[in-house]
Design a protein around this ligand. Structure first.
Ligand code: ATP
Ligand code: MG
Length: 224
């Protein structure tokens, strides 16, 4: 029995604009987990104009959640396709019903919760720019691209997401409060919730990194 059996199943949570995308990128790069982002998957469906994408577009543009059964089926399907690999879920589950659907199939090792004040978030979302094909995000305030308006890796143009407009941001934060905060309670009661608080991603990240290093080595020891 060796390190190849080491599998970690993790979820990252936090309000929209809490730095989930950035921290997820660092986690997957550092620890080799597969990144599964519900928002990226939905946007890819919209871009490719799939039937599902077309159905979900108005929901997403208005800052509303897509139906639980639709997103749960989509994500669980993707997870089945990478069975046996380590993964990090980002943007799913967003409701207790989604968390239960996931729980029916997989046991989570950890849930990383980014706790960032709402005031900080509102300011951030409206200055956020996204490279749509990859999901890479920049912020004109604290994480600008090397060339303004263009992606560092590909040189392609960046866009401001329709759902990052101020009215929509308020609606997304509201839905986070009413629908997603109960998921934090759900995981807290299961003893897998790990909360990291702060206002800057670069200050939160080292704590997440150390935590996951410890977590991985403790799982490693159990395997060996
Ligand atoms: P951020 O990526 O900064 O955390 P966000 O969480 O608001 O922002 P995404 O995760 O990219 O945005 O999701 C965009 C939209 O896709 C959501 O506003 C919602 O309409 C839909 N969506 C994504 N994941 C789910 C989910 N698990 N359940 C229901 N709807 C979802
Ligand atoms: Mg996201």
């Amino acid at each position: 029995i060796g390190a190849s059996l080491l599998v970690i199943r993790a979820v990252i949570m936090g309000p929209p604009g809490s730095g989930k995308g950035t921290v997820s990128g660092r986690i997957t790069k550092t620890f080799g987990l597969k990144h599964i982002s519900s928002g990226d998957i939905l946007r890819a469906n919209i871009n490719a104009q799939t039937e599902l994408g077309l159905l979900m577009k108005s929901c997403i543009d208005q800052g509303q959640l897509v139906p639980d059964d639709v997103i749960s089926r989509l994500i669980l399907n993707d997870l089945r396709a990478i069975d046996g690999r380590s993964w990090l879920l980002d943007g799913f589950p967003r409701t207790v019903s989604q968390a239960e659907a996931l729980d029916d199939v997989y046991t989570l090792d950890t849930v990383i919760n980014l706790n960032v004040p709402f005031q900080t978030i509102k300011q951030r979302l409206t200055s956020r720019w996204t490279h749509l094909p990859s999901g890479r995000v920049y912020n004109t305030d604290f994480n600008p691209p090397k060339v303004p308006g263009f992606d560092d890796d590909t040189g392609e143009p960046l866009f401001q997401r329709d759902d990052d407009r101020p009215e929509t941001v308020t609606r997304r934060l509201k839905s986070y409060e009413t629908q997603t905060e109960p998921v934090l309670e759900y995981y807290r009661s299961k003893g897998v919730l790990e909360t990291f608080s702060g206002t800057e991603t670069n200050k939160i990240w080292p704590h997440v990194e150390v935590f996951l290093q410890r977590k991985l080595s403790s799982i490693n020891q159990k395997v060996e």
